[in-house]
Design a protein around this ligand. Structure first.
Ligand code: SF4
Length: 378
C-alpha cells in the first residue's frame, strides 16, 4: 500500500512503480477525499499494476473511485455500516465489473460486535465479514474477496481458519499493524505462512511500519521461499559460522547479499565459513563459496571449480554466478579449473589436521568396529 498523498499523482506513481519493481502484483491506494479520487483518475491509466482503492467511512468515495477506473475496492465494514450505502456501492461495482474486498480489521470492528463479543475475537471478525457478504449477495454481487486482519498472530490465524471453513470466497491474508521490522516481519511471516501452508489464502500483504517497498520485497520473498512463486531473486543461504570459520562469515555474506541482490540473479547461493564442511553442506545450492587458509573456494553443486584469493572471493562469486545463469551448470562445470578440487582437498585436509575432523568420522568408525567386534570391510 502506498504512503503518499494520493492527490500527489507523480509521487504516488513513483511509489507504485517502486512497489511493482519490488514484486507487488497489485497496489492499494487510499481514496480518502475528492482530491484523492481525482488523483486516482490520473494514476490508474499510468500504473504498471492494478490499483485498489481503500475506502473508509464515505461510501461516495467508493463510487468516485469506480469512476476513476480502479481495478478493485476495499471496503471496511467497521466504518461503512449503512446497508443501503453498501448495496449502492455493490451495484455500481457490479456495473463496472470491479471486485470488492471486505476488509475487516480488528482495530476498527463494528462497535455492536465488539460489545456483543467483548472484544475483537475471531468469531466477531468472521461475523462482521459474513454480515457484509450478506449485503453484497442480496444485490447479486459475488465478486468478493475477504480479509479478517488482527495484530495478534494466533487470533489472526484462528479468524482465517474459521472463515475458510465457512465461506468459499478468496481470502486476502495479513497481520494488521504488525509494526516495524524485525518484529513486524516475524509476525507477518508467522501468520501468513501458517495459513498459506494449510492452503488458506489467495493474496497477501505485509503491514510494516517501514518503507512500503520493504513490504513488497518481504511478501515476494516469502512466496518464493514457500515455493509458491518462481524464484526471481537470489536466495542467499549462509552457514551460521562457528569456531571453524576461516573468514568473517557475517561480513562476507552481507557483501555477497548486496552484490547479488543488485544483480537480481534467480539462483541459490551459499556462503560458507570453511572448506571443511562448506561445499558438502551446501551441495544443494546452485553455487557457493567456502573460505580456507586465505583462499576462497568457489563451488557449483558441491564441486569446487575455482580457488581465488580470499579478498577476491565476493567478486569471483558474483562473476561466476552471472556466468552460471548465462551459460548453465554443465557448461560451468566443464569450464572448471582442473586443479581447484585438488587445492580444496589439500586445504581441507590441512584444516582437519589442525582443527580435527568436525564429523569425527575416524572416531565413529572405530566405535562402530568396537561394537561390531570386527573392522569394516572398507
Ligand atoms: S561451514 Fe564451517 S564455519 Fe560454517 S558452520 Fe559449518 S563448520 Fe562452521
Amino acid at each position: 500500500m502506498t504512503t503518499t498523498k494520493t492527490a500527489d499523482v507523480d509521487g504516488t506513481l513513483a511509489q507504485v512503480y517502486a512497489l511493482a519493481s519490488a514484486g507487488a502484483d497489485i497496489v492499494r491506494i487510499t481514496c480518502n477525499d475528492v482530491d484523492a479520487a481525482a488523483g486516482l483518475a490520473e494514476i490508474v491509466p499510468r500504473s504498471p499494476v492494478p490499483i485498489i482503492a481503500d475506502i473508509h467511512y464515505q461510501y461516495r468515495l467508493a463510487l468516485a473511485a469506480l469512476e476513476a477506473g480502479v481495478a478493485g475496492l476495499r471496503l471496511n465494514p467497521g466504518n461503512i455500516r449503512k446497508e443501503d450505502q453498501i448495496k449502492t456501492v455493490a451495484r455500481a461495482a457490479s456495473d463496472a465489473g470491479v471486485p470488492i474486498r471486505v476488509g475487516v480489521n480488528a482495530g476498527s470492528l463494528d462497535k455492536k460486535l465488539l460489545a456483543e463479543y467483548g472484544g475483537p475475537v475471531a468469531e466477531a471478525l468472521v461475523r462482521s465479514a459474513e454480515k457484509e457478504i450478506g449485503y453484497l449477495e442480496d444485490v447479486g454481487f459475488h465478486d468478493i474477496k475477504i480479509s479478517v486482519k488482527h495484530s495478534n498472530v494466533p487470533t489472526m490465524v484462528e479468524s482465517y481458519r474459521m472463515l475458510a471453513e465457512r465461506i468459499e470466497y478468496p481470502l486476502h491474508l495479513g497481520v494488521t499493524e504488525a509494526g516495524p521490522p524485525p518484529g513486524g516481519l516475524i509476525k507477518s511471516v508467522a501468520g501468513i505462512s501458517t495459513l498459506l501452508l494449510e492452503g488458506i489464502g489467495d493474496t497477501i500483504r505485509f503491514s510494516l511500519t517501514a518503507d512500503p517497498v520493504e513490504e513488497a520485497k518481504a511478501g515476494r520473498q516469502l512466496l518464493e521461499y514457500l515455493g509458491l512463486r518462481e524464484r526471481t531473486t537470489v536466495d542467499l543461504i549462509a552457514c551460521p559460522s562457528c569456531g571453524r570459520a576461516e573468514v568473517d562469515v557475517i561480513d562476507v555474506a552481507e557483501r555477497a547479499r548486496a552484490a547479488l541482490e543488485e544483480a537480481a540473479l534467480p539462483i541459490q547461493v551459499a556462503v560458507m565459513g570453511c572448506v571443511v564442511n562448506g561445499p558438502g553442506e551446501a551441495r544443494e545450492a546452485d553455487i557457493g563459496i567456502a573460505a580456507g587458509r586465505g583462499k576462497g573456494h568457489l563451488f557449483i553443486k558441491g564441486q569446487v571449480v575455482r580457488v581465488v584469493p580470499e579478498e577476491e572471493m565476493v567478486e569471483a562469486l558474483l562473476e561466476e554466478a552471472e556466468r552460471l545463469v548465462a551459460e548453465g551448470v554443465d557448461a560451468r562445470l566443464a569450464a572448471a579449473d582442473g586443479d581447484a578440487g585438488r587445492v580444496a582437498e589439500e586445504t581441507r585436509i590441512e584444516l582437519l589436521g589442525t582443527q580435527g575432523d568436525p564429523n569425527q568420522t575416524a572416531a565413529r568408525r572405530a566405535a562402530v568396529a568396537e561394537v561390531a567386534g570386527r573392522e569394516p570391510s572398507r
